[in-house]
Ligand binder design. Sequence first.
Ligand code: ATP
Ligand code: MG
Length: 449
Amino acid sequence: MAKRLIGGRSSAAELKPTLEVIPRKAHRISRNDISDNALKVLYRLNKAGYEAYLVGGGVRDLLLHHQPKDFDVATNATPEQIRKLFRNCRLVGRRFRLAHILFGRDIIEVATLRGHHVETSDKHSRQDDSGRLLRDNVYGSIDEDAERRDFTVNGLYYDISDYSVRDYFGGMADLKARRLRLIGDPETRYREDPVRMLRAVRFATKLEFSIDKATGQPIHKLGELLSDIPPARLFEESLKLFLAGKALDNFRLMREYGLFAPMYPMQAKLLERDDSGKALALIEAMMKNTDQRVAADKPVTPAFIYAAMLWYVVEELAAKKRDKGMAEYDALTAAAGDAISKQSKTVSLPRRFTTPAMEIWQLQGRLEKRSGSRAFRLYEHPRFRAAYDFLLLRAEAEGGELVELARWWTQFQDTDDQGRRQMVRALGSDGNRRRRRPRRRKPQAKAAQ
Ligand code: ATP
Ligand code: MG
C-alpha cells in the first residue's frame, strides 16, 4: 500500500467547502476581547504581507460569549518565515510543526495553513495502514486548512485584515444550533486521528453541545482505535478530560461511547464485575469532587485522580498477593507497581504523579492504626491531607466502617491537642486493630447466589 492516496475521499462533493464571509458588523468578535499578544502577532504577520487569522477554540469561544483559554493563530507564512519576523519565536513539534511566540509566560501558537496529503511516501506527511496520520506538515491554502480541522465550530477563521469571520463548513449555523459536527466523512476523520473521538466527547460536555448523529454514531465501533495512540498523548488528553471541570460528564459519555475501556482496560473490567458498585462510586465521587474543586478555583492534581481510578484495581491485586502469603505493605506496594506499569501501556503515568498516588494508597492502612502516638505522627505527614481526602471519597463510595473512620479523622482535625489525646485514649485497644478486610468471594459462592 505504498502509494495509497491519502485524503482521496470517495465523496468529494460532500467535502467541498462553501465559503461564507461574515463581515465585522454581523458577528460579535471585537478586538477588545482578543489578547494584546495575539493581536500583536496577527498585525505583525499581516503587515509583513502574510495572511493572518485567529482560529480554533479562541474564535469559537468568543462567538459563544465564553472566555477563550488561549488564542491560536494561522498564517500562510512558513515556520521559517515566522521565525524571521519574531525574535521571541521557537519552532516546536514533529507531527505538527508550529511556531511559538513567547511573551513571558504567555505563548501564542502560530500554525502554517495545512494542505492535502499527496501520498504515503511523501516525507512531509505519513499515514499508517489503519489510515492514521503520523506526520502532517504539508502546507496549503486556507480552504484546504479548513478541511483538515476537526469540527465545523473549530473551523472558523477571524481575519485580521478586515475583521470578518470566514466559515467554510457551516460552523456558524452549528454554533447556533449548539451542535458538534465533524468536517468531512466522520469514519475517515476518526481513522486519521482517533483522538478526535475523545475531542468530540470533550467539546460536547464543555460547550454543552449535542453530537450530531453522523458524527457520534461511528464512535461506538471505532473506540478500539485508541489503543494505537501513544500513551503519552492519551495522558495529555486525559488531563483535558478530567482536570477541566467536566470530569464526571466526560467519564460517563466516554463509557457510553465505548471510549473508556480502550484507555482504562483494567478499570473497565473491574466495573463490569463489581456487583457492589463501589468501584464506580469511588471514581464518580472523585470526579464530582474534582469538578467542584475546579469550579471553586482550587488546585487539582492528576495524582489524586489516578489514585482513585486505580485504587480497587490495586486492592484486588494486593489481596491476591496477600492470599499467597505476602505481607500487607509489600503486597500493596507490589500490586501498585503492577497496576501502574500495566496502566502505562495505554495511558502513561508520569512518575511525578504516581509517587504521590502510591503514598496516598500506603497511608490508607495507617489511617486505621491510631493508638499511642500514631495518629499524631500521621497527622504531621506531608501527605496526610491528601490521604484524608481520599479516605472521605472511599467512605462515600463504600459506607460502613469507613464512614466512622472518616468521621473520627474529621473530628481529630477539628479539636485541640487535649481533645485529640482524649480521642486516642477512647479508642482503647481498638485503635490499633486493622479493619477486618472482607474476604474475597470465591467464584463458586457467586455462582450459587
Ligand atoms: P480548547 O478550548 O480545548 O483549547 P481548541 O478547539 O482550541 O479547544 P486545541 O486543541 O487548542 O482545541 O486545537 C486548536 C484547533 O486546532 C482546533 O480548534 C481545531 O481546529 C484544530 N485541531 C486540534 N486538534 C485537532 C485534531 N486532532 N484534528 C483536527 N483538527 C484539530
Ligand atoms: Mg486551543
